[in-house]
Design a protein around this ligand. Structure first.
Ligand code: SAM
Ligand code: CO
Length: 277
């Protein structure tokens, strides 16, 4: 009897799809739309790295979909076997089908479908030395994904999406995280819920504001910190700015009115995490 585990999904466990009219193809393609993501609780991510990152942390992978041209690559076969072993679906498709699903002329050869996962705000209890980021009404998915990636890079703990924000599970946001999506806890909260939480969380709230008088290099202090960043167009709303323990500004010398949100978040995070890195 063989005791070794199979390293690839057996052919019968793989669905092959070449028809662009296949209903599964339509379902996956529909995940580009927020409405369909909300209904299914799923999201789409492109590239083998994303799938292997998800598998490495046991993030639920609903489906792996790959082009027949890469089916024999060991890394692809292993990822497919893992997805299957954990109850997911394995789809071996044509490049045309991949292009249709991802709405791209040059699609990646591997695409994953993942379960959405958000953490409840009540579970967020920043400890000494920990940094969380709160983003009020962030609009741009590229900014959001870039910030998630930066939070991961500096070893900050997670991101709280406050108020009406763009969808963290959109293809653009997920792409910009470069896999950090699966390493950074995401929380969503109304402004009211966030303000109520902040009162009881025993955490310093460091707000960033163009009209602040404190220099950002005075933001670091012992204890837990939530870095609070404003919206791309309007900046922080009054209620949130007022709730902050301190408001700081990153000095600027040229003619620009402000820094890009993700850049400002990066500067702040490196300052707040200076002693840890
Ligand atoms: N017109 C907006 C305003 O007046 O606030 C600009 C918002 S800016 C593009 C987006 C966010 O990035 C701000 O809300 C703030 O959190 C942060 N930010 C950008 N530049 C900054 C700076 N020089 N100092 C502190 N925060 C900054
Ligand atoms: Co099986």
């Amino acid at each position: 009897m063989r005791s070794d585990r199979p390293e690839t999904a057996a052919p019968g466990q793989v669905k092959q799809i070449t028809s662009l009219a296949n209903p599964l193809v339509k379902d996956l393609r529909a995940l580009a739309m927020k409405k369909h993501r909300d209904e299914t609780g799923l999201f789409l991510g492109e590239g083998l790295k994303l799938v292997t990152d998800a598998l490495a942390v046991n993030w639920p992978v609903d489906t792996i979909c790959f082009s027949g041209s890469v089916r024999d690559q060991p890394a692809v076969a292993q990822a497919a076997a893992k997805v299957h072993a954990r109850g997911g679906t394995v789809l071996d498709v044509s490049e045309a089908v991949l292009g249709k699903i991802t709405r791209r002329d040059n699609p990646q050869m591997v695409v994953g479908v993942f379960r959405q996962r958000l953490r409840p705000l009540a579970e967020v209890r920043p400890a000494d030395g920990e940094v969380w980021v709160a983003l009020e009404q962030v609009r741009d998915p590229g900014n959001l994904g870039t910030i998630v990636r930066t939070v991961d890079s500096v070893g900050a703990k997670g991101v709280i999406l406050v108020g009406e924000t763009c969808d963290p599970f959109s293809v653009e946001a997920v792409r910009a995280t470069m896999g950090s999506m699966f390493h950074v806890p995401l929380v969503r909260a109304s402004r009211e819920a966030f303000l109520a939480w902040a009162k009881t969380a025993r955490t310093r709230l460091v707000g960033t504001h163009l009209k602040a008088t404190h220099d950002y290099r005075r933001a670091a202090a012992p204890g837990p910190v939530v870095l609070v960043m404003g919206n791309e167009q309007q900046g922080l709303t009054e209620p949130l700015a007022e709730a902050c323990t301190v408001r700081v500004k990153i000095p600027m010398a040229g003619q620009a009115d402000s820094l890009n949100l993700a850049v400002a978040t990066g500067v702040m995070l490196y300052e707040l995490r200076r002693d840890a890195l």
